[in-house]
Ligand binder design. Structure first.
Ligand SMILES: Cc1cc2nc3c(=O)[nH]c(=O)nc-3n(C[C@H](O)[C@H](O)[C@H](O)COP(=O)(O)OP(=O)(O)OC[C@H]3O[C@@H](n4cnc5c(N)ncnc54)[C@H](O)[C@@H]3O)c2cc1C
Ligand SMILES: NC(=O)c1ccc[n+]([C@@H]2O[C@H](COP(=O)([O-])OP(=O)(O)OC[C@H]3O[C@@H](n4cnc5c(N)ncnc54)[C@H](OP(=O)(O)O)[C@@H]3O)[C@@H](O)[C@H]2O)c1
Length: 523
């Protein structure tokens, strides 16, 4: 595909070398030839070159007229989808990008994952909005790829397809009792307080005294923080009013965050731990015995891990400072970290109707550092609780039988974003590299996928000739009764949410019901 400067060069060359149009005044030629016959040969040569230029110019003009901008489709409008689109639009001045999204609203986990009390993280939405408003980009919401339209149909309509559909499932614990009422995946719990339509009916029962969170990653800390934060501190966030109502009635006093490995292997990061330590109305419970000998072992670990472990160690073994002590003394709620415990069974209540506790296998580590493995010692411990939240990671699903999928790793097999053995198919974000990494990590990997796609385009590895893009898909969707929504539709819903939040001093009150949303759009 000719970049803009090439097109300009050809166009201006053609204009300079074209013959005069019929009836126009020649700017050179005849009269000079008569005045200076010595120049005649040179001028004749010039004219012949001019005629050649005309032919080349005409050909090029024809090529330009025939040339279609590359039509690219991205599946998923989370950070991966938007950052991939941003890269493509920025580095290819003609590329057109359609972003397909199953929800009626854009932004993936930035809207439905990032905690409501972390509004600064959601500022990336401003950049995504700029991308979506580009004349060469279109948001096609309310389209479930793999159900409403198949990947081969997209591949036939576009020059390239990028799969950026994230990790929508949770990893199951695969232990007895997991299906009991009172057991939730952190994914569903997060979706509930963040207004994910499919989780709006979750209504977790928070009438118990103790909750157990399985897993020690940042999602586990998000969930613990939301459970323990005084509800009045959440009132000015974009948490849903329904979730806030349930949290106001919560009787949960203690939250245990359980890891199968030790303090040196926790998956959360220091900023999030600090937030927990400083959480108003709560105090930490850490067992100093878990930290014995750790001071010596952290000398050689990488700096971020060292600082994180030092903070854990100080919190576990030192008396809190005056400020922390003053905050913790009257605390009615507590959170604790339990290490070397692997979930073995959710224990039912005597009537068998709901979860009443969790049986944990006591573990020890085999190996050292990040790679150490938890192996059961044979001992177990029962921890009574009325709520179990499983936060052991997210998981991608296969999207379409035509797309290769590695069920063990839960990713689409790829080489730097190029889907293995499927030319013209790419992937980015969590479905490319697995369900870990923050938004910045996702940005870097999405830019890389965009770069690979553009390299392939330049090398002529993508299908030649025009592609119909959305025109073909629109016809298919319409024949299947699917009603896509546009970015300006989202902007109407956005304005409605902002206006509904205003009365309560919230940035927005999220719309939860897709039918209501469609109604607001006049569908
Ligand atoms: C609970 C939670 C909190 C987090 N908090 C932070 C944080 O505070 N800071 C931070 O930097 N990172 C945070 N992260 C990490 C961050 O959210 C991820 O790095 C990032 O969202 C991954 O981007 P993605 O686009 O791959 O996936 P997603 O954000 O999940 O986007 C995928 C999109 O694809 C859509 N989709 C799925 N299937 C289909 C389909 N079949 N057809 C069409 N569309 C489809 C989904 O609806 C979604 O919109 C958090 C993650 C979680 C789980
Ligand atoms: N504020 C933020 O920046 C923020 C907020 C939320 C999420 N995120 C990011 O989003 C990504 C996903 O977070 P996440 O917390 O879902 O995943 P994660 O960071 O991978 O943590 C998963 C946790 O579950 C444990 N686990 C996994 N399988 C288990 C099993 N079978 N039994 C017991 N424990 C098990 C892991 O322990 P092992 O280590 O032993 O496997 C780990 O402690 C992370 O990169 C995270 O940083 C960031």
């Amino acid at each position: 595909m000719a970049p803009r400067c090439w097109r300009w060069w050809h166009w201006s060359t053609w204009r300079r070398t074209r013959p005069p149009l019929p009836g126009s005044t020649p700017t050179s030629g005849g009269s000079d030839e008569v005045r200076d016959p010595a120049n005649a040969k040179v001028l004749r040569k010039k004219r012949r070159r001019g005629q050649l230029g005309v032919k080349l110019g005409k050909l090029h003009l024809l090529a330009l007229l025939l040339e279609q901008p590359p039509q690219i489709c991205v599946v998923g409008s989370g950070p991966a989808g938007f950052y991939t689109a941003q890269h493509l639009l920025k580095h290819h001045p003609q590329a057109h990008v359609d972003i397909y999204e199953k929800q009626l609203v854009p932004f993936g986990l930035v809207r439905f994952g990032v905690a409501p009390d972390h509004p600064e993280v959601k500022n990336v939405i401003n950049t995504f909005t700029q991308t979506a408003r580009s004349a060469r980009c279109a948001f096609r919401g309310n389209v479930v790829v793999g159900r409403d339209v198949a990947v081969p149909e997209l591949r036939a309509a576009y020059h390239a397809v990028v799969l950026s559909y994230g990790a929508e499932d949770h990893r199951a614990l695969e232990i007895p009792g997991e299906e009991l009422p009172g057991v939730f995946s952190a994914r569903a719990f997060v979706g509930w307080y963040n207004g994910l339509p499919e989780n709006r009916e979750l209504a977790p029962d928070l009438s118990c005294d103790t909750a157990v969170i399985l897993g020690q990653g940042n999602v586990a800390l998000d969930v613990a923080r939301i459970l323990l934060t005084p509800p009045e501190h959440l009132e000015k966030t974009d948490i849903t009013e329904a979730a806030l109502g349930v949290l106001r009635q919560s009787r949960v006093k203690t939250v245990w965050i359980v890891g199968r490995r030790g303090p040196l292997q926790v998956a959360f990061t220091i900023k999030e731990l600090r937030e927990m330590i400083q959480l108003p109305g709560t105090r930490p419970i850490l067992d100093p015995a878990d930290f014995l000998g750790l001071q010596d072992r952290i000398k050689d670990v990488p700096r971020p891990r060292k600082r994180l472990t030092e903070l854990l160690l100080r919190t576990a073994t030192e008396k809190p400072g005056t400020e922390d002590a003053a905050r913790q003394a009257p605390a009615s709620r507590a959170w604790g970290l339990r290490f070397f415990r692997s979930p073995q069974q959710v224990l039912p209540s005597p009537d068998g109707r709901r979860a009443a506790g969790i049986r944990l296998a006591v573990t020890r580590l085999e190996g050292v550092g990040e790679a150490a493995r938890a192996v059961p010692t044979g001992d177990t411990e029962d921890l009574p609780c009325g709520l179990v939240l499983s936060s052991v990671g997210y998981k991608s699903r296969p999207i379409d039988p035509s797309v290769p999928f590695d069920p063990k790793l839960g990713v689409i097999p790829n080489m730097e974003g190029r889907v293995v053995d499927v030319p013209g198919l790419y992937c980015s974000g969590w479905v490319k590299r697995g369900p870990t990494g923050v938004i910045a990590t996702t940005m870097t990997d999405s830019f890389l996928t965009g770069q690979m796609l553009l390299q392939d385009l330049k090398a002529g590895l993508l299908p030649p000739g025009p592609r119909p893009g959305y025109a073909a898909i629109e016809a298919l969707l319409s024949s299947r009764g699917v009603q896509p929504v546009s970015f300006s539709d989202w902007e109407k819903l956005d304005a409605e949410e902002v206006s509904r939040g205003k009365g309560a001093g919230k940035p927005r009150e999220k719309l939860l019901d897709p039918q209501e949303m469609l109604g607001l759009l006049g569908r």
